[in-house]
Design a protein around this ligand. Sequence first.
Ligand SMILES: *Cc1c(COP(=O)(O)O)cnc(C)c1O
Length: 388
Amino acid sequence: MNQSEQLRNKKQATRFIHAGAEPDPSTGAIMTPIYQTSTYVQTSPGQHQGYEYARSQNPTRTALETALAVIEEGNYGLAFSSGVAATDAVIKLLAPGDEVIAANDMYGGTYRLFTKVFQKFGIKFNYVDTTIADNITAALNSKTKLVWIETPTNPLMNITDIAAVASITKKAGAILCVDNTFASPYLQNPLNLGADIVMHSATKYLGGHSDVIQGALIMNDKALRDELYFIQKSCGAVPGPMDCFLVLRGIKTLHVRMRQHCENGRLIAHYLRKHPKVEKVYWCGFEDHPNHDIAKIQMKDFGGMMSFTLKDNSTEAAMKVLSSTKLFSLAESLGGVESLINHPASMTHASIPKEERIKNGLTDGLIRLSIGIEDAHDLIDDLNQAIG
Ligand SMILES: *Cc1c(COP(=O)(O)O)cnc(C)c1O
């Protein structure tokens, strides 16, 4: 039994810490070294130790890819130079004329990649509200090769029923890819619910310390893995060994960090909801959240991401809060140990046309929070003084 198979029977905390970590064969180093090399010496042409050239293979990346598979409960992992590079690789499975059904509420960079880069290569994207699984059935046709969902969504925290969508796509013979960045493998494992590919921006919770850009794909099917590996090495969007080392290290504390993100998230969501100046809080842990029942089934807890609007839903009022926090830093990104505050309309989601944004509920007054793992009461004090 190899290490990954042994870990499969272990509890999550054990898996996260030991995933991909085998003592280095040349020295016994307990941590996988950063193999900062571009090539590997062969004893005679074609005689090597499984490593030829670092775009194709690197031992630090191999350790990380093994870890990615273990933590997502899949058979194979592949690491990319960014989350969008991982998404890019999935779309390159398609050919001109193929169609994709994608969520109408997803990461702005994914939308930009689909509409501005791939549409002109003859791939058609149909955007639907995937929180209603029947919308996917209605949009399917014989050309649909891929269904792309994100849950919870960014930034409105909508929930899509992964198992329901997986059964629809399976019947249609299409691939289901789930962007699992917001939940992280601690909260949700889409492959176990029938998804074919899980995508992560490892930049966020997997790395966890706002110090690396990286992406990941995890899958069970060997043929699909081989196709995606071929794209990975042919297109070349691979992460460097230092970045792989950082994400490997991040994964070891993912469960501990996520528990705290969830606890702080719960306290802050309830605090905001009671605040007299707050109009609406978007957080899937509320019992009256439209898809709370599904969130409860497919997620272990509700995470540290949320958005809210003020009763004064003007851009000015939102801007005042955004520029008044002292602990929450005004920045794009999420999932790090430190708390961030963000204005989706002008920052993370600025690439989505305004009409499209407003139609989907992403108003100019919306404020997004990535709750870090500082003391929750200090965070609440900070929001309190900023909201006023
Ligand atoms: C950040 C993010 C991405 C893109 O990942 P990068 O690492 O920034 O390329 C994709 N999806 C979601 C949900 C994200 O938050």
